[in-house]
Structures are given as structure tokens and as C-alpha cells.
Design a protein around this ligand. Structure first.
Ligand SMILES: [Fe+2]
Ligand SMILES: [Fe+2]
Length: 265
């Protein structure tokens, strides 16, 4: 069985939250984008209030209270606001299928990608946040296909097995390939789809630099950083381990603030 056949088995493929579809769609057009995004948010009061809570959190540290999405857009800009919306809107799907760990890992990886993009310049930092946030969406699908079996994958990984190997063995496909299909179904950008597909195998990507960024961001986004190919990261991103571990401390700090804000109520 390949990824497509596994996908075909799923009766209800999760839809991407509508607000994200729209937010990702309008980002390219800055002039009309601001107005459009405010309008979209106006239809979703629950989401709006969570977004505003986050905007007013210590992560951004504004002195004055921000009371509308329009104001947030003016202060944070389109990309940052979009990223907050994505983080808030994806939370239910990530927590329902992968639990709190999956949610925190996605958030941490988003912050890591954004931070590393900022430091290396290999990709736009705003785009990088989305890459990190969505890199593991394929896990959602495998969990839906067979929750018990996916639990076995988790156990194997805890016992030291490589996740892609464990998934291939039990599902005959893996979350990178499944995530790629979902990204296509959700009409995500080529850049995003590519990073999702190759975040465990960046050199097979036609965009090796940004895929390596996703790769190493993922590796350092677990409670204990995973072992990674240091030579590859040095070669593609020019980063050595010492620098990366210093960055990781910063990333951890930022993630904790963001995580606390998003979980407060
Ligand atoms: Fe992954
Ligand atoms: Fe991951």
C-alpha cells in the first residue's frame, strides 16, 4: 500500500479550518488583505477573542491593550497575524489527534523554523512559522486510519526506533508522505508541501536548504533534542551544533511564553 491508497481508505479526511484557507489565500495581496482578514475574523468571535488574548500576551509585549483584529494587523503586520490565526485555529485538530505533546511540538517547531529562518535567511520567517507548525500534519491522518496501531508507532519511537521506519513497517507508508498528500488536498503552497514531505529526508528535496531548516527545527523541537546530521546542517545552513543549541534555548523561552498564552483559557 502507498500513501495514496492509505488516504483513500479514510472516509472523512479532515478539512483545513476555513479561516486558515482564507488567511493563507489572501496573504499575498497586502492592500486588500488587511481588510479581508478583519472581515473573515469578524465571523468567528471565539477565534477572534483567542487571537486577541495571544496578541496581548507577554510574547508580543505591547504596552497598550489591542482590542481589535484590525489594530493587531496594523501593529504586527499581516504575516505575524496570520501565524497567530493558524496557531489558534489548528489547536483543536492537533490536540484531538495527537494530544498536548503534538500541539506543543508543532508550536515549538514553528517558533524554531521562524527563528532559524531569521538567522539564516534561507526562507521568509513568516512562511517558516507555517512550515514548522504544519510539518507533522500527516500524523493526524495515520492516527485516524488506526489509532491503536499509531500508538504502537509511538511506543517503538520511545524505544529508540526511527519514526519513519516504524510507520513504514506498521502502515506501509509514513507521516511525511501522508502529510504531502494532505498538503496538496488542502492546496498549500509548493514550498510548504515540499517541506512537509522532506523534513525527515531533506537531501531528496528539490529545495534542500529550506527542507534542512525544517529537518533540524524538528530535531531540536522535542523535549530532548534528537540526534541529527551535523555535517548536513553545517553544509546547508552554515550552522554548527554549539550555535544551534544556543538558539534552542532562545526558542524554548519563546515557545514557553507562547504556549502559556495559548493555553490560558
Ligand atoms: Fe516528522
Ligand atoms: Fe515533528
Amino acid at each position: 500500500m502507498d500513501a495514496q491508497q492509505v488516504l483513500d481508505q479514510i472516509k472523512e479526511i479532515p478539512a483545513m479550518p476555513n479561516v486558515i484557507v482564507k488567511a493563507l489565500g489572501i496573504i499575498k495581496d497586502d492592500t486588500s488583505g488587511t481588510k479581508e482578514l478583519s472581515e473573515i475574523m469578524a465571523y468567528d468571535q471565539a477565534l477572534t477573542s483567542q487571537v486577541l488574548k495571544l496578541v496581548n500576551s507577554a510574547y508580543y509585549g505591547f504596552a497598550q491593550e489591542i482590542t481589535s483584529v484590525g489594530k493587531a494587523l496594523a501593529l504586527l503586520g499581516m504575516t505575524q497575524t496570520r501565524n497567530i490565526i493558524i496557531a489558534v485555529a489548528m489547536k483543536p485538530m492537533l490536540t484531538s489527534q495527537g494530544g498536548r505533546d503534538m500541539w506543543k511540538h508543532s508550536l515549538r517547531c514553528a517558533v524554531a523554523c521562524e527563528y532559524l529562518a531569521d538567522k539564516t535567511g534561507v526562507v521568509d520567517a513568516g512562511d517558516a512559522f507555517t512550515i514548522g507548525f504544519l510539518h507533522d500534519i500527516g500524523k493526524i491522518l495515520l492516527n485516524i486510519v488506526d489509532t491503536m496501531l499509531y500508538q504502537k508507532v509511538r511506543t517503538s519511537v520511545k524505544n529508540g526506533m526511527d519514526i519513519i521506519e516504524a510507520e513504514n513497517e506498521l502502515f506501509e507508508t509514513n507521516h511525511a508522505d501522508m502529510g504531502f498528500l494532505l498538503a496538496k488536498k488542502w492546496k498549500l503552497s509548493v514550498l510548504l508541501a515540499n517541506c512537509i514531505k522532506y523534513h525527515h529526508d531533506p537531501l531528496s528535496s528539490s529545495m534542500p536548504q529550506v527542507s534542512t531548516l525544517a529537518y533540524v527545527a524538528n530535531k531540536i523541537s522535542h523535549d530532548e533534542p534528537d540526534v541529527f546530521d551535523e555535517a548536513l546542517v553545517k553544509e546547508q545552513l552554515g550552522l554548527d551544533v554549539t550555535t544551534l543549541m544556543q538558539y534552542r534555548d532562545k526558542i524554548e523561552e519563546k515557545t514557553n511564553v507562547l504556549f502559556a498564552s495559548l493555553n490560558a483559557g
